[in-house]
Unconditional design. Structure first.
Length: 204
């Protein structure tokens, strides 16, 4: 059974909600899924000032957990946007992959992305663009979801997150907007879509 890692960072819970739906989509395809969250880099005082809620209960992806990534058949990374690119917490995780890069442990491994932004112009595409460079340097195979979810992707009568590069949501400037049903369903679809891709490549 292929094993897929979902590795995310979530400050206000939006990415966590998408991660759970992605995991459900992966399970739907008969794959095993493991979920980890990135370590926090901000102090408790700063988090309090930012009115961040308590962290989810998922285990933290510390350096000693890197073998889980190396041994996974695929990985989907999720993170909020900061000024049009991935947040520092997730970038710190990628920056710790030097030994994995040097050994080539992640080459040819399928990887997907999902994200949240504060506004419609806040980086639903640029966040993916800048994250792809991390995958390229590690030799990973980026798996975009494309426009495979159906006609609702082209609706113009409401605000909805996501792009061809992955599932997405909008948090609003103050984090008060929560993922809508469409965004959650699209995240589940991405998990299923990614799992199907991984199954085609995984050793029989």
């Amino acid at each position: 059974m292929p094993r897929i890692l979902v590795l995310y960072y979530s400050m206000y819970g939006h990415i966590k909600k998408l991660a759970d739906q992605i995991a459900e989509g992966i399970r739907q395809e008969g794959c095993e899924v493991v979920i980890y969250q990135a370590p926090e880099t901000l102090s408790e005082d700063v988090l309090k000032l930012m009115k961040a809620p308590p962290k989810p209960s998922d285990p933290v992806f510390t350096f000693d957990k890197h073998s889980i990534l190396a041994e996974a058949d695929g990985v989907i990374f999720g993170f909020p946007t900061r000024f049009g690119m991935m947040c520092a917490q997730m970038k710190a995780v990628f920056d710790s992959f030097g030994h994995l890069w040097q050994s080539g442990a992640l080459t040819t491994k399928p990887a997907g992305l999902f994200f949240s932004t504060g506004s419609q112009g806040g980086g639903q595409e640029t966040t993916a663009f800048t994250a792809i460079t991390q995958l390229a340097h590690l030799g990973m195979v980026f798996v975009p979801v494309g426009y495979t979810f159906g006609p609702d992707e082209f609706r113009q009568d409401r605000v909805q997150g996501g792009s061809a590069y992955g599932a997405g949501t909008y948090a609003g400037a103050d984090g008060s907007r929560q993922p809508i049903e469409y965004e959650l369903a699209r995240a589940k679809h991405q998990g299923s879509y990614f799992a199907k891709f991984v199954k085609r490549l995984a050793p029989k």
